[in-house]
Design a protein around this ligand. Sequence first.
Ligand SMILES: CC(C)(COP(=O)(O)OP(=O)(O)OC[C@H]1O[C@@H](n2cnc3c(N)ncnc32)[C@H](O)[C@@H]1OP(=O)(O)O)[C@@H](O)C(=O)NCCC(=O)NCCS
Length: 145
Amino acid sequence: MEVKIRWMKNKDLDEVLRIEKENFKFPWKRSYFDYDLRRPNTYCLVAEVDNKVVGYLVAWEIAEELHLANISVDKNYQKKGIGTKLMNEIITIARLRDIKRIYLETRVSNIIAQNFYQKLGFKYSYLRKGYYSDGEDAWVMEKEL
Ligand SMILES: CC(C)(COP(=O)(O)OP(=O)(O)OC[C@H]1O[C@@H](n2cnc3c(N)ncnc32)[C@H](O)[C@@H]1OP(=O)(O)O)[C@@H](O)C(=O)NCCC(=O)NCCS
């Protein structure tokens, strides 16, 4: 299976939103992606298989840090290394830009994501109490580059 990573475009948003709604109880709205596609210092990537979008990632550069805002892979394509490919691409971009650290929030209940980030070298940093709109806590995880 050949996986291509490229920049996200507006025309990808139907597919991105389909995956977003499948994967999250509180999905991002189209306007969030629209905004991030236009915003400076923001990186929006998609993973493609046979010209079909099967995953995506959004990250914000803030000073010398990169905040991973969103990552998700189509359920039918999970556990095939696509999330890792997206992360490796953003890590390469971050290193080229001399970014020192990547951090993210993840639901305390999202053990799969925590395993995924740990495998990529992220460490647990601290707990953000009530970070999510439904009151769930977030683990902040980070990786030094
Ligand atoms: C988290 C997510 C992006 C991972 O993407 P993926 O393409 O499935 O991940 P990969 O195939 O690259 O997996 C890399 C490693 O992560 C861990 N991992 C991934 N999926 C896992 C699962 N279902 N159970 C346990 N560990 C898992 C494993 O360590 C895996 O390595 P291995 O395949 O050698 O065991 C994907 O599960 C997803 O889209 N989840 C729903 C959305 C989400 O929760 N996003 C993160 C919000 S913070």
